[in-house]
Write a protein that binds this ligand. Structure first.
Ligand code: SF4
Length: 328
């Protein structure tokens, strides 16, 4: 059976990752959310820092949102951090500061979808729920030559249903083994290492020499491009920043002044305005093409002015990382 071969391989070869050392539902939850769309190597530092700051769900629930966003700063997709925070409060109010155990109860928490609920309930409580992420979809598609578009929700639902019938009793290890295989062996973009794959005997696309035809993916939507001017505004060794809206893209994070036109700058008492650099910041659905200017004002205008030291206390959206070098 390919499931047994996969489990045997996983037990031998699995990477030694901090959240695998001591299975704690809170730790597994944080690592699973951090790992979505982020590489393992990048997550490890954030993971340790997070647990040092918020050692328990209760500590997290009692924290201020700004502290939570600051700890997430640089990981992107900040809604993930906001939802973890909301869920922690929910757990304190409804589950005595613990995460609920079952897949169905976990699904009720903000930011926990089918994948995360299945990962936590299987890894921590051995519930037989398959966790289907991008890695697992790729492995499954190749293993069974699935001719459906894996970006569609109905395909993801179908794969979960099929894997739920195939998952062995060691469900947590099986889910992690599928993800590990997808991350380290059955890699995307033409880099698959089928020669060392523990389940190549069972893999239909490998047996038929068609692995590069899978997974089937529909065309991605094109990203909208926005040209923005960014102003690093200084006056008397202080810098002007602002908080973004509480709704929408990068909600509640801080940023340097920026806009699509140049209305803001034209109303200011400027001493100097120098072009500094251009760069592109890519979100999933939009690209910001940034033109950065360093602007010095004669008198401070209304707004939040901070020193270089104070700036480091605010959660600044990572779209503005390149601008920090001009704060000197
Ligand atoms: S044989 Fe190749 S394509 Fe098939 S599951 Fe293994 S790595 Fe993926």
């Amino acid at each position: 059976m390919w499931q047994e071969q996969l489990l045997a391989w996983y037990n031998q070869e699995k990477r030694d990752l901090p959240w695998r050392r001591n299975i704690d539902p809170y730790h597994v939850w944080i690592s699973e959310i951090m790992l979505q769309q982020t590489r393992v190597e990048a997550v490890i530092d954030y993971y340790h820092r997070w647990l040092a700051h918020f050692p328990s769900i209760e500590a997290l629930a009692n924290a201020d949102e700004m502290e939570v966003l600051k700890c997430w700063e640089g990981l992107g997709y900040y809604n993930r951090a906001r939802n973890i925070h909301k869920s922690a409060k929910y757990c304190v109010n409804h589950y005595n500061g613990e995460l609920p155990k079952s897949y169905e109860e976990l699904l009720e928490l903000p930011g926990i979808g089918s994948y995360t609920a299945a990962a936590i309930s299987s890894i921590c409580h051995n519930e037989k729920q398959s966790a289907v992420d991008g890695n697992v979809l790729r492995v499954y598609s190749r293993l069974f030559m699935l001719d459906e578009d894996i970006s569609k929700q109905k395909t993801k639902d179908y794969v979960k249903k099929q894997l739920d019938t195939l998952i062995p009793d060691a469900s947590g290890d099986f889910n992690q083994a599928m993800m590990e295989l997808g991350a380290c062996v059955c890699i995307g973009n033409g880099a698959s290492r089928c020669n060392i794959c523990p389940i190549s005997d069972a893999c239909l696309s490998y047996q038929k020499g068609k692995i590069y035809e899978y997974p089937v993916k529909g065309k991605k939507k094109e990203r909208r491009i926005e040209h923005r001017n960014v102003y690093i505004v200084k006056c008397n060794s202080r810098y002007l920043i602002r908080k973004r809206d509480s709704k929408g893209l990068l909600a509640n994070l801080y940023e340097f002044y920026n806009e699509v036109g140049n209305d803001w700058i034209s109303g200011q008492n400027i001493i100097s305005n120098e072009y500094a650099q251009s760069y592109v910041h890519v979100f999933s659905h939009i690209e910001w093409h940034m033109q950065v200017y360093v602007v010095e004002l004669q008198h401070p205008c209304d707004g939040l002015w901070v020193s270089k030291e104070e700036l480091s206390m605010y959660p600044i959206a990572s779209a503005f990382d390149s601008c920090r070098q001009y704060v000197i």
